[in-house]
Design a protein around this ligand. Structure first.
Ligand code: 13P
Length: 230
């Protein structure tokens, strides 16, 4: 992967569409000013903003924060991979620790979601906290399907706490994941990423990109993080 992948996970933010539009436009504007673009930028807003943001899309790609494994039917409140695709999504986050914690998503469910998303030609960003989760989550995937899979190492202690993982630990984890999977899969780091620590994960820890939560809602800060990839 030549370009770094910088992904914004807005989680359940912001609270209005007007604010979502404002943040998106500011990021887009900032990104246009970067001459030597060394990053692919993806924004994963809440589902209900996807359609409006999709109509303004240009250089920024869109992603969903979650998906269901069935295509359609009586599944109240769920969103299928096909629906995400139809709204212009190229990516979907699966297995985020907040989904595992608050919605009891098991490795088995995560596995079903990954398969459904890949069958719909979405690129999957699989979030894991431990290496032991990975094999269960990707069970049954063909080597060909690995092409559309990105792993995000997100240690739970670092998420939203302002206590990021050390560069050394992140470096060891990326090496361990690659060794375990015996493939050169892109690996992102996520957890309290900011403009000060971004470069360390990309340059010293050997990460192929970043999954950014809180800091991605601040356009200036997020643009600085994108610049760290240059
Ligand atoms: P923070 O960047 O807010 O710690 O969130 C990380 C995260 O969970 C991204 O998916």
């Amino acid at each position: 992967m030549s370009k770094s992948l910088i992904i914004a996970n807005w989680k359940m933010n912001p609270q209005t569409l007007a604010e979502a539009n404002r943040i998106f436009s500011s990021i887009e504007k900032g990104l246009r000013k970067i001459k030597n673009k060394k990053a692919e930028v993806v924004i994963c807003p809440p589902f209900q903003y996807l359609s409006v943001i999709n109509n303004q899309l240009s250089i920024i790609k869109l992603g969903g924060q979650n998906c269901f494994w069935e295509e359609k039917g009586a599944f109240t409140g769920e969103v299928s991979p096909g629906m995400l695709k139809d709204l212009g999504c190229k990516y979907v986050i699966v297995g985020h620790s907040e989904r595992r914690k608050y919605f009891q998503e098991t490795d088995e469910l995560v596995n079903k979601k990954i398969k459904a998303a890949l069958e719909n030609n979405l690129n999957v960003i699989l979030c894991v906290d431990k290496v032991s989760q990975i094999k269960k989550d990707i069970k049954g995937l063909s080597k060909k399907q690995f092409k559309n899979l990105v792993l995000a190492y997100e240690p739970v202690f670092a998420i939203g706490t302002g206590r990021p993982c050390s560069i050394e630990k992140a470096r060891k984890m990326s090496a361990l994941i690659r060794k375990t999977l015996k493939t050169n899969i892109p690996i992102l780091y996520g957890g309290s990423v900011n403009s000060k620590n971004a470069r360390g994960y990309l340059k010293e820890a050997g990460m192929n990109g970043l999954l950014v939560g809180g800091a991605s809602l601040d356009p200036q800060e997020f643009i600085k993080i994108i610049k760290a990839a240059a």
